[in-house]
Design a protein around this ligand. Structure first.
Ligand code: HDD
Length: 730
């Protein structure tokens, strides 16, 4: 196996996990082809035959080896989160957490820990679209000096169910229906909403799932959450409760639903490509790690249960402290070896981090190892390079399929005298893991605490916290999803649940579905829901209460960071005769802000500019579409403008960008291209610096002003208010 050459002074080599992966990394550059036994291969074109037209010989070990390996290439995909994309990176601590935890990687300011991150959708298969309306996984493996710590979170801070016992049910309900395996990567079907309408505890999560959070613009622009309440334990054995957050430095942004559906067809790898290309270009995705810390004594001070994973702690009640930064700076060398074989487990913790009795968390502690056993084929999956810790492993576990480690000596038990008692157990002071000694004195029961029965107050809090455009998107999302449900009774049941969150929301969805708005009497009726066989429905009804907060700013994407266009993609529509100076000036203004401008021409090849310079088209109108860009610029140049104005694809490009609320800028002499669109028919023919056209439409004869206004407008992400009046049928 040829080792990949590493420059000893390179950044790659300073990452301990990259160094740890090196002995397992192969690079065939300049090498001869061999069998898996290392025998050089002379002919990789033909099998061995009895005569050139005769049968293949059994003896052909080269053919047999090649074919057998190929026949066994596939492994089972993950039961959930099958579709994912990974990246390597570094976590750097800003602020020591020593007061709260003895976790080594959270002790010293400036300390760096290598990480591998996998983002995913939940419901779809491995080859499904990135743009499904779905939860996104955000799983981080920290390779710490005390062993691996996995923070296996999502981009939503709550979950569908309160008890892991219901996980197979919610997953069966959302996956394609078992009789006909439809639909793929979509929750818009009967079985999902049948289950949800019978599970009021899902209501809060459903609000998140029907919000724009479920259709992120990029993995770089979404939050992450550990969801459960965990524990930090310090070296005095004192415990604090902790919630983990990831806050993207580019803010939290989404695409429009119509855009998502189109991207799904035109580039189902959209998020994967965005992550890959950003890292290749050095525009590294960055997220700050936030913690909400709650002293043990405050456990019961909230109007919800800290152990209930359908609840979040509003940031107004417990602020999020940002304690470090995650930077993703290296793409994997091999998708299968790294992204597919990485095995996360919520039970991979290090001293200083511990669990709580959240019943969802407790059940997850079983499921993750169990699933790797079938998916990765046996108990040695921790030896797969991407899963290995950067510290050595010493224990008495032995053998099993695909064992890699060669354990020396005759001893594989403890206690022993023949091995000098090795490997030793580590004292607490030596970093030995000890579970937090929480006192438990209880009856063994299959029950749920009544403190888990408030299913609507935080769903209301979430809805009330949304901006008007966000609320409108949620109404559309519910209407779309329930509109795809064929069983009318399920739609009706769901409307009753929505009415308990917000009557206006229920009324608007009911209108779109052509159904009656649930009456007050309907709303007051006990809910039909899942209960144990001997349970009385009245004992299981949700507690109806108002949220203690009216709204929480952190829950709305409208309040997110909007100060940068770093990593944004801007389309520049050009044709022969385009004003070269305008294009160059815009490209450099964008690049100074870390954004990427792409020239889109009617066809590939060279574009002759008005200044006789030749530009190279990055994309042609045939191979790309407005849905891949955050904004559009139309430069001047008489011939280019005349061509684009008459080109249906160029006009459609602009109309669609407008429909998806994107910022559009143009040189004043390109005004006629805008006037050829559906939205620009009434725009003035002449625009100067003093005549604003419309929000999000930037035309200005003062060039520096035009660029500045464009950059500021793009940093605002979208002009959602434009949706109030749907002018364009795109
Ligand atoms: Fe899970 C994968 C996140 C509840 C059982 N889960 C998986 C992944 C993420 C999450 C991000 C993909 C990891 C990767 O990229 O390889 N899961 C969550 C979150 C949950 C949650 C944030 C609720 C707070 N999960 C959950 C429950 C169970 C599971 C309640 C079962 C009791 N999850 C699994 C699994 C998976 C998984 C079946 C499939 C593949 C894998 O583990 O490695 O074990």
């Amino acid at each position: 196996m040829a080792k990949k050459k590493v420059n000893p002074s390179s950044k790659e080599n300073s990452n301990p996990k990259t160094v740890n992966l090196q002995p397992h990394t192969e690079d065939s550059t300049g090498q001869m082809m061999t069998t898996n036994q290392g025998v050089k291969i002379n002919d990789d074109q033909n099998s061995l035959k009895a005569g050139d037209r005769g049968p293949t010989l059994m003896e052909d070990f080269i053919f047999r080896e090649k074919m057998t390996h190929f026949d066994h290439e596939r492994i089972p995909e993950r039961i959930v989160h099958a579709r994912g994309s990974g990246a390597h990176g570094i976590f750097e601590l800003y602020e020591s957490m020593r007061r709260y935890t003895k976790a080594d990687f959270l002790q010293t300011t400036g300390q760096q820990t290598p990480v591998f991150v996998r983002f995913s959708t939940v419901a779809g298969s491995r080859g499904s679209t990135d743009l499904a309306r779905d939860v996104r996984g955000f799983a981080v493996k920290f390779y710490t000096q005390q062993g691996n710590f996995d923070l296996v979170g999502n981009n939503m801070p709550v979950f569908f169910i309160q008890d892991a016992h219901k996980f197979p049910d919610v997953v069966h309900a959302v996956k394609p229906e078992p009789h006909n395996e439809m639909p793929q990567a979509a929750s818009a079907h009967d079985t999902f909403w049948d289950f949800i309408a019978l599970m009021p505890e899902s209501t809060h999560m459903i609000m998140w799932l029907m919000s724009d959070r479920a259709i992120p613009r990029s993995y770089r622009m979404m939050e992450g959450f550990g969801v459960h309440t965990f524990r930090f334990v310090n070296d005095q054995n004192e415990s604090h409760f902790v919630k983990f957050h990831w806050k993207p430095l580019l803010g939290v942004h989404s695409v429009a639903w119509d855009e998502a559906q189109k991207i799904s067809g035109k580039d189902p790898d959209f998020h994967r490509r965005d992550l890959w290309e950003s890292i290749e270009k050095g525009i590294y995705p960055e997220y700050e790690l936030g913690v909400q810390i709650i002293p043990e004594k405050d456990e019961h001070n909230f109007d919800f249960d800290l152990l209930d994973p359908t609840k979040l702690i509003p940031e107004e009640l417990v602020p999020v402290q940002r304690i470090g930064k995650l930077t993703l700076n290296r793409n994997p060398d091999n998708f299968f070896a790294e992204t597919e074989q990485v095995a996360f487990h919520i039970g991979h913790v290090v001293p200083g981090i511990d669990f709580t009795n959240d019943p969802l968390l407790q059940g997850r502690l079983f499921s993750y190892t169990d699933t790797q056993l079938i998916r990765l084929g046996g108990p040695n999956f921790h030896e797969i390079p991407i899963n290995r810790p950067i510290v050595p492993i010493h224990n008495n576990q032995r053998d099993g399929f695909m064992r890699q480690q060669i354990n020396k000596g005759r001893v594989s038990y403890n206690p022993n005298s023949l091995g000098g008692g090795c490997p030793f157990q580590a004292k607490m002071t030596e970093g030995g893991f000890t579970s937090f000694s929480e006192k438990i004195d209880a009856h063994k029961v299959r029950q749920r605490s009544s403190s888990f029965f408030d299913h609507f107050s935080q769903a209301k809090l979430f809805y009330n916290s949304q901006s008007n455009p966000e609320k409108a998107h949620m109404i559309d999302a519910f209407s779309f999803e329930l509109g795809k449900v064929e069983t009318v009774a399920i739609r009706q049941r769901m409307l009753r649940i929505l009415a308990k969150v917000d009557k206006g929301l229920a009324a608007k969805v009911a209108w779109n579905l052509g159904l009656h708005v649930p009456s007050d009497k309907d709303i007051a009726e006990p809910l039909n829901q899942s209960i144990p066989a001997d349970g009385k429905p009245e004992d299981f009804q949700p507690v109806i209460k108002e949220p203690s907060l009216k709204a929480s700013a952190a829950l709305s994407m409208a309040n997110t960071l909007k100060d940068s266009i770093k990593g944004r993609k801007i389309a520049i529509l050009v044709a022969d005769g385009v004003d070269n100076a305008s294009v160059e000036s815009m490209l450099s203004a964008l690049s100074n802000e870390g954004a990427v401008g792409e020239l889109i021409a009617p066809r590939f090849g060279l574009v002759e500019s008005s200044g006789d310079a030749q530009l190279v088209a990055d994309k042609s109108l045939l191979t790309t579409a407005s849905v891949f860009y955050d904004a559009v610029f139309v430069p001047g140049g008489a011939n280019s403008v005349a061509f684009l104005e008459a080109d249906a694809d160029a006009v459609h490009f602009l109309d669609e960008a407008y429909r998806h609320c994107k910022v559009i800028a143009a040189d004043p002499d390109a005004m006629q291209v805008l006037r050829a669109t559906r939205f620009g028919r009434k725009f003035p023919e002449v625009v100067t610096a003093d005549t604003p056209v419309e929000a999000g439409i930037i035309v200005n004869s003062n060039r520096p002003q035009l660029e500045q206004e464009f950059i500021t407008a793009v940093s605002q992400h979208r002009v959602w208010e434009r949706e109030d009046e749907r002018k364009v049928p795109a």
